[in-house]
Ligand binder design. Structure first.
Ligand code: N01
Length: 557
């Protein structure tokens, strides 16, 4: 009979993999982390494009599990740059001596459940095979870059780069003509920086996006010290908030549609001056539920674009109009719209003149050829399911996860899938994940999984698996919460619309980080309601809606 090489295999050495390894060690379990990159960092290892920066404030986009780490680490800016976050994760790996259990430059290609031995057999691209009791996917939600299927792309005579797979040696834009395709977060962050270096930049825009200013600045040491002094309370606020963020302007109590225009303008101006995502997502109770309400904020943001961009025609093209504000990921920028006032920057509206093909000399639209030396593809990711689908994951009876998810991902709590015992998906579809501060959601999942593994050990159980009825009930709840929201009205990557042929399903859980935490906590308290532990089943909670709107106080009571 097969024997386990490790108690657990963890896939990925980003924020998830590092903390999961730390927790597994704390439980006394042996673990191997398998990482495709040559270093730790996950998304922050790969996304090195110019201007790459987190759009959650650094004091909150950081681990909370070690108060010592929290106090020691000094962030230099309000929003940390990619190199600084990578530096932080390297520091975490050293500080907790994590590297010795990580295999770098190794990609997991398959994971197969051996029912007789109750083990996961994990295969790697270097031909190695390892068996473990648990397989924990820390593969990230935005880790499979989308290389668009544009005819002729392979024939381009210049250099082509994907923002999500940026070369480590950097790219020299000096004196070059650069074509940037895509105006999501990655495009919006990189375009102003590329424009300062390149000879000429042509931006190819299919959808204008909403963006708000970062107002990034150095973090004064007094400010940092004050936040550190109140860190426990800030972390508690994050965990019980809708989006995993504890600071920023609060939601107004009054619906936006009932707010007098002058009052609204004043409120939005104040939010604009503060900057950042937090102030603009969920400004009022109705903005997430009504396109008309969201449009009041949209009109404010469009007015800002018209004020900033000197050419009125360009300004109009940059004004988002195809989707409600907030229904696609809101972007946070530094000088994005002002960049279009530069002489060396040009905007091409792909709705009026679509790309026909990439020619060896540049980008050919229906109107003309735009010569280029470099093409930057800021074209996003096969989000949330893409990376898991690329691994041949097979559960009971050899069933493939890819087939199970053919009509859209199905899971219980976004953590586990029926038919796939002892397999965990950290920040998987069906959990708040991309709708939240990822670090807060990662920590919550890692800690919940660690609690479950400790419980399995305590009672000497070998397997845990969600019940099909629990998975169905959770799937219905996730969809029911999303159904009345504006998120269903946009062709976003949240619903898989950016990948041809991907089923249209809203993948994250929008019920809120606090609500979700309360559900997971209650499921565990009820002896893991909705799971089978060594075949012993406990039914799932009868109604997940009772948790909605649960606050820290009601949960504690
Ligand atoms: O990707 P996106 P991203 N022809 O999918 C366009 C996180 N993130 O990498 O909208 C022409 O948002 C596409 O057009 P359309 C964050 O969660 C965070 O920018 O499909 N254009 C769109 O404009 C974010 O939301 C941070 O019409 C094509 C763009 O490419 C997520 O990652 C920084 C095309 C893709 O935008 C993804 O952001 C960066 C084609 N064939 C990213 N295919 C921070 O923390 C696609 N497009 C700051």
């Amino acid at each position: 009979m097969a024997k386990a090489d490790y108690d657990a295999i963890v896939v990925g050495a980003g924020f998830t993999g590092l903390y999961m390894l730390y927790k597994l060690r704390e439980l006394g379990l042996s673990a191997r982390v398998i990482e495709a990159g040559s270093d730790v960092g996950g998304t922050w290892y790969w996304n090195r494009y110019p201007g790459a920066r987190c759009d959650i404030e650094s004091m909150e986009y950081s681990y909370s599990f070690s108060p010592e780490l929290e106090q020691e680490w000094e962030w230099t800016e309000r929003y940390a740059s990619q190199p600084e976050i990578l530096h932080y994760l390297r520091h975490v790996a050293e500080r907790f001596d994590l590297r010795r259990d990580i295999a770098f430059d190794t990609r997991v290609t398959a994971a197969c459940w051996d029912e007789g031995a109750a083990l996961w057999a994990v295969e790697m691209d270097r031909g190695e095979r390892l068996a473990a009791h648990y397989c924990i996917m820390g593969t990230g939600c935005l880790s499979s870059p989308n290389r668009p299927d544009i005819s002729g792309l392979g024939d381009f005579a210049g250099e082509t780069y994907l923002t999500g797979l940026w070369p480590h040696e950097g790219v020299d834009f000096a004196g070059k003509r650069v074509a940037v395709i895509g105006t999501g977060s990655s495009g919006i962050q990189s375009i102003p920086v590329i424009a300062r270096e390149a000879d000429h930049v042509t931006v190819f825009q299919r959808t204008a996006n909403f963006t708000v200013p970062a107002h990034n600045r150095p973090l004064a040491s007094e400010e940092q010290a004050a936040i550190k002094a109140g860190y426990r309370e800030l972390r508690a606020l994050e965990r019980h908030s809708p989006g995993g963020v504890g600071s920023g302007p609060p939601q107004s109590l009054e619906p936006i549609l009932a707010t007098p225009p002058d009052e609204l303008r004043e409120d939005l101006e104040r939010r604009w001056e503060i900057g950042g995502l937090g102030g603009f997502l969920n400004t009022h109770p109705d903005t997430i539920l009504s396109a008309e309400a969201a449009d009041r904020v949209a009109e404010f943001l469009r007015a800002k674009i018209r004020e900033t961009v000197s050419d009125p025609d360009v300004a109009e093209l940059l004004c988002p109009a195809s989707h409600p504000m907030g229904s696609k990921r809101l972007c946070v920028d530094t000088g994005f719209h002002a960049t279009f006032n530069r002489e060396n920057v040009e905007l091409v509206d792909l709705n009026a003149t679509p790309i026909e093909r990439i020619a060896p000399e540049g980008v050919q639209t229906s109107e003309k050829l735009y010569p280029a030396d470099i093409i930057v593809l800021a074209t996003g990711f096969d989000a949330m399911t893409g990376t898991l689908a690329r691994i041949d994951i097979r559960g009971k009876g050899g069933a493939a996860l890819k087939d199970k998810w053919a009509e859209g991902p199905r899971s219980y709590l976004g953590l586990m899938c029926a038919g796939f015992p002892n397999l965990f998906t950290v920040t998987g579809p069906g959990s708040p994940s991309v709708i939240s501060n990822m670090v807060v959601s990662i920590e919550q999942h890692v800690e919940w999984i660690a609690g479950l593994l400790a419980e399995l050990r305590r009672c000497g159980a070998a397997t845990v698996e969600p019940l099909a009825e629990a998975e169905d009930a959770w799937g219905e709840h996730v969809s029911a919460v999303a159904a009345p929201t504006i998120f269903m009205q946009a062709d976003s990557w949240y619903v898989g619309a950016n990948i041809p042929g991907k089923p249209r399903v809203f993948m994250p859980y929008i019920g809120g980080v606090g609500t979700y935490r309360a559900i997971c906590k209650d499921v565990a308290a009820k002896n893991y309601a909705g799971f089978a532990v060594d075949g012993q089943t406990i039914p799932p909670p009868a109604d997940f809606t009772v948790y909605l709107g649960m606050t820290r106080e009601t949960e504690a009571a």
